[in-house]
Design a protein around this ligand. Structure first.
Ligand SMILES: Cc1cc2nc3c(=O)[nH]c(=O)nc-3n(C[C@H](O)[C@H](O)[C@H](O)COP(=O)(O)OP(=O)(O)OC[C@H]3O[C@@H](n4cnc5c(N)ncnc54)[C@H](O)[C@@H]3O)c2cc1C
Length: 404
């Protein structure tokens, strides 16, 4: 018997079933309502907190799975329920990942639980990188952080945009430039604690999909945070800046590796939407008859379903591989994390569109969820690195060429 296996173990299956049941019983039935309301679904987050699903402990438990499979798998289940609500529940995890990636153990201990709070006292977190003129090209961040040695205080100024949970979060993790000449290597991450003066919400965006997830600008005007809020600490930052000024390689590559490692989880969310649409379309195709037979018996429809299922399974295998590699510190020599996000994102858009087609007129109206799932899916070719940026990463990794 070899070691290789595609099977999840009993513990993993149990957790996944538990999350699936919540997605089926609580999240899926609420999807249409919160899409229409375009608001953060607080009662659903509260329900998730009450059973321990929205909590730092649960996420830490998933992170601790040595196979790397649990975190993406539970993300797939929740997005299968509803992607917008799932993002409201897992959006805080983005900030948590930023704290984990850059913070000291003490900082993780202090801030990670505050990203979630507890039932009856919910907290949210936001990860603030993007700006109006710096989305794909994060080297162009204009938000500045300046340090005052005398008071051990950092002052942050700038405007972030497209921020999930922006302005309504308790903990904001903000990436800012400390030395603009060094581009992305002159940047650092800061925790802005709850209720810090100077941080406010700018405009809230009205979106095409994932409308239960709050997306807004975050305005930072003379926001003052103590030195202890610089993730990783002063010494580490100074060493990194010295290396960058000397032109040596360093932490910015490590940051890229962290992004690569989080992509399988984002890919899994896209797989969840695609799977929901595929299952719905399959059921529909079995029941709907035209020309005297179920439409699933028309080869044109049956082949669509075959292609949908094939691409969904391929997407899942890609995210499972990338998640395993990330957890086991295998280098992504061919951009495998990006491959998973690229393929799953584009699959979700394609599969949900096929599902609309299979439902015909019913696919185009709000009585059925597939039009919503199609709207929700589109974000997966845009955020966390657009499809073009994923292709850039893969192309550079496999060719070694300078591709702009
Ligand atoms: C709903 C939503 C939630 C988000 N949540 C967050 C969040 O929580 N935190 C956060 O920091 N950000 C968040 N974002 C921002 C998101 O990550 C950016 O929108 C994304 O990175 C793209 O940046 P941009 O919109 O500026 O597009 P641009 O960078 O302006 O890109 C425009 C187009 O040009 C293409 N392009 C750009 N450069 C290249 C290149 N070199 N080669 C080929 N094509 C290229 C892009 O692929 C895209 O098609 C969110 C965005 C949305 C819409």
């Amino acid at each position: 018997m070899g070691d290789f296996s595609f099977e999840l173990n009993e513990d993993q299956l149990q957790v996944i079933k538990w999350v699936h049941d919540f997605a089926e019983d609580v999240v899926r039935p609420a999807g249409a309502e919160w899409d229409e309301r375009e608001e953060t679904p607080w009662p659903i987050i509260e329900a998730a907190a009450e059973i321990g699903l929205y909590s730092f402990d649960f996420i830490a438990n998933c992170f601790a799975d040595p196979t790397g499979q649990l975190l993406p798998a539970v993300n797939e289940e929740m997005s299968w329920g509803d992607a917008g609500i799932a993002l409201s529940i897992f959006g805080s995890t983005l900030a948590l990942a930023g704290i984990f990636a850059n913070g000291t153990p003490e900082q993780v201990g202090e801030w990670a639980p505050q990203c979630f709070g507890s039932a009856g006292d919910l907290k949210l977190a936001a990860f603030c990188v993007s700006e109006a003129d710096a989305g794909s090209d994060v080297s162009q961040l204009k938000t500045r952080a300046s340090y005052d040695e005398a008071t051990d205080t950092w002052t942050l100024n700038g405007t972030k945009t497209w921020i999930t949970n922006g302005g309504i979060a308790d903990v904001h993790v903000v990436v800012a430039s400390v030395d603009s000449e060094l581009g992305s290597r002159g940047q650092a991450s800061f925790v802005v604690p709850p209720k810090t003066p100077g941080l406010s919400q700018g405009q809230k965006f009205k979106k095409m999909g994932i409308r239960a997830s709050h997306t807004a600008e975050v305005v930072l005007e003379e926001v003052k945070v103590p030195g202890s809020c610089l993730l990783g600490g002063r010494e580490q930052l100074d060493e990194r800046l010295v290396r960058a000024r000397e032109g040596k390689s360093g932490k910015s590559q490590a940051a890229m590796a962290t992004f690569e490692a989080s992509r399988p989880t984002v890919a899994a969310q896209a797989v969840g939407i695609a799977r929901a649409a595929y299952e719905y379309a399959l059921d529909y195709a079995r029941q709907r008859t035209t020309f005297g037979k179920a439409i699933v018996q028309h080869q044109a429809i049956a082949f669509k379903l075959a292609d949908m299922r094939t691409r969904i399974d391929a997407s899942r295998l890609l995210y499972q591989r990338a998640a395993w590699m990330g957890m086991n510190h295998r280098p992504y020599m061919a951009g495998e994390g990006s491959m998973s996000k690229l393929f799953a994102g584009e699959t979700a858009v394609w599969v949900t569109e096929q599902a609309i087609q299979i439902l015909g007129g019913n696919g185009y109206v709000r009585e059925h969820p597939v039009e919503r799932w199609h709207r929700d899916s589109k974000i997966y070719t845009i955020f966390e690195g657009t499809s073009e940026i994923q292709r850039l990463i893969i192309a550079r990794a496999v060719s070694g060429a300078k591709i702009g």
